[in-house]
Design a protein. Structure first.
Length: 582
């Protein structure tokens, strides 16, 4: 059904980076069968998104109507302008913590302003082509903060799951648990029964009828039972007064310099998490379909969607993994499915909004409890913990910081730990082999030539070192200590870099200092086997004849040092140096 690759055309580079996938799909030819597939997939996703959008909004401290506005406006723009064929945008569970904290600190107007600023930042990230770098977030960090968010989401639903009465619920977990425990006498057994029945029904449908919309069926069943039996539980109608049956007119939030400065940290957190979440969702869709998304175009679309959502009173929009996966499994052909999903949600607001008043909050809490459980990737956590202490430390640090500190801080520290561990491991891989054999070229099988080469390798006047692994700042010190052992009896030092895939400025500076020292002592330095990229860095740092000479392999370097080459060594290695563009 899906092509395995998406070949870039001959269009200009800008078009390849930022052209929405909607244009690509329409350019391929869009027929009635494609519209039928997209309409079915869009309806399926809308059925999943309907209860989730309201539940996420309520958990975030917003109204259920705002959750629907976010899914309608943001979801439409993400699909229409995005760089992924199958991305579904809308409110995401990962934002619950940040959104709730922003509402508590700056009010609803502050949240809307932060969302708009985040949209501008996301668009700038895309136009600056920084989407590729977002993918460098280590996998343990992604798993850790996702699991941490899941714990916080579940903790935020305890109040409604148990039907507790609490005037002000603290946002911090360490403050929330004692506050909930203090009002334990207000537990409502009916709310517990409704929430438990909701969770059980979702799990049963997921097990025995996985293609059925379990969350929507559970919400409809609980709402009907509450309305007909008059169950004494809190509903959307009793807390929020229902959902308006129209979209609000677009309007700008109150914008002042002081307000922008106040909400800027929240906007930056929205931007970081939104970029990670949306591109991760696009990568998941690519893995399911064999397609390739345009990461920078996707960020621009996410930016436009957040600005549009804020104009209509919504909040943060991002790509949602579960709804995107549902879209793919439902047989979507392209972005039209996501656009139709938004239109189906709009149709619900226009026609059936009054029915939402009967939805019990305990039911929506049960829905989010299932979402939180599914967010925790238990298999991958087990794999990471078995992979070694380093992965476990990054995972645990990110997880605990997400729960007890701050999501942005968790990502930054987790990324920093992952980077330090990577540097340490790369420095351990880099090694120096002393008196390396002459293996840069294939040798004849006869014994006489091999004996001659062995005699060359054993020459006490020429010492050969072969470096393997990346020669960068993490490994430069240890390798430099080995190389910096030139004895008076040495006439030449051959440094073979054929097994060095990468050389940074620190490594080049280390070799340069060694070459200067050797040149002053009359010791010739030969660099053999350097790739074009490695040689370019060396030449940029001034490693040229007569301080340093170049050869394609160890044998050639030894022969030139002994005067056995056709050209004089000095002229030949200058020719080799000039052959590499700087």
């Amino acid at each position: 059904m899906y092509a395995t690759t998406e070949q870039p055309g001959r269009s200009p580079r800008f078009v390849q980076l930022f052209a929405p996938k909607l244009l690509t799909v329409l350019g391929e030819g869009y027929h009635l069968r494609h519209l039928r597939a997209d309409a079915l997939a869009g309806l399926t996703v809308a059925i999943v998104a309907l209860p989730l959008s309201m539940a996420i909004a309520i958990a975030s401290g917003a109204t259920p109507a705002q959750g629907l506005y976010t899914a309608i406006v943001g979801g439409f723009l993400v699909s229409a302008l995005g760089g992924s064929r199958f991305q579904i945008g809308g409110p995401a569970g990962a934002f619950i913590v940040l959104v709730a904290a922003t509402v508590a600190a700056h009010g609803m107007e502050g949240l809307i302003l932060a969302t708009m600023l985040s949209g501008i930042m996301l668009a700038l990230l895309g136009f600056l082509r920084l989407g590729t770098f977002i993918k460098f977030i280590p996998f343990p960090v992604t798993v850790g903060f996702t699991a941490g968010i899941a714990v916080i989401i579940f903790a935020s639903q305890i109040k409604d799951l148990l039907g507790l009465t609490l005037a002000h619920e603290p946002g911090e977990l360490l403050e929330k648990i004692p506050a909930l425990w203090a009002v334990r006498d207000s537990v409502t057994p009916v709310a517990i029964a409704v929430a438990g029945a909701t969770i059980a029904l979702i799990l049963l449908i997921g097990r025995y009828r996985p293609h059925w919309p379990g969350m929507l069926i559970a919400v409809v069943a609980a709402s009907a039972l509450t309305a007909l039996a008059g169950l004494p539980v809190e509903t959307i109608g009793t807390r929020f007064g229902g959902i308006p049956s129209t979209l609000p007119l677009p309007h700008l939030p109150a914008i002042t310099v002081e307000k922008i400065v106040a909400v800027l940290p929240a906007a930056m957190s929205f931007t970081l998490l939104g970029a990670i979440e949306s591109l991760l969702s696009a990568v998941v869709a690519d893995g399911m379909t064999g397609r390739r998304h345009r990461s920078n175009c996707e960020l621009v679309a996410q930016g436009a969607a957040n600005i549009g959502s804020a104009l209509f009173g919504g909040f943060c929009v991002t790509g949602t993994i579960a709804r995107t996966a549902t879209n793919v499994r439902a047989g979507a052909h392209g972005p039209v499915a996501g656009m139709l999903h938004a239109l189906f949600l709009l149709l619900f607001v226009l026609i059936a909004a009054p029915l939402a008043s009967y939805i019990p909050l305990a039911t929506l809490a049960g829905v989010l409890a299932v979402v939180a459980w599914n967010m925790i990737d238990r298999v991958e956590i087990g794999v990471l913990l078995r992979s070694g202490w380093a992965e476990g430390i990054v995972l645990a640090a990110t997880f605990l910081l997400t729960i007890f500190r701050d999501l942005t801080e968790a990502i930054v520290i987790g990324f920093s730990l992952g980077a330090l561990i990577f540097i340490h491991r790369m420095s351990q891989i880099a090694a120096v082999e002393v008196d390396a054999p002459l293996v840069a070229v294939d040798l004849p099988d006869t014994a006489e030539p091999r004996a001659a080469y062995d005699e060359q390798a054993a020459d006490p006047e020429i010492v050969v070192y072969r470096i393997s692994g990346a020669l960068f700042f993490g490994a430069a010190a240890s390798i430099g200590a080995v190389l910096d052992q030139i004895r008076d009896g040495h006439k030449a030092l051959v440094i073979d870099l054929s097994a060095v895939p990468f050389l940074d400025s620190t490594g080049a500076n280390m070799i340069g200092g060694l070459a200067e020292k050797a040149h002053r002592r009359g010791v010739a330095i030969w660099i053999s086997g350097a790739s074009r990229g490695v040689r370019r860095v060396l030449l940029t740092h001034g490693l040229r004849p007569p301080t340093c000479h170049y050869a394609p392999d160890i044998r050639t370097a030894v022969e030139r040092q002994r005067g056995k080459s056709v050209l004089p060594a000095s002229s030949k290695d200058q020719s080799d140096a000039r052959s590499t563009p700087e």
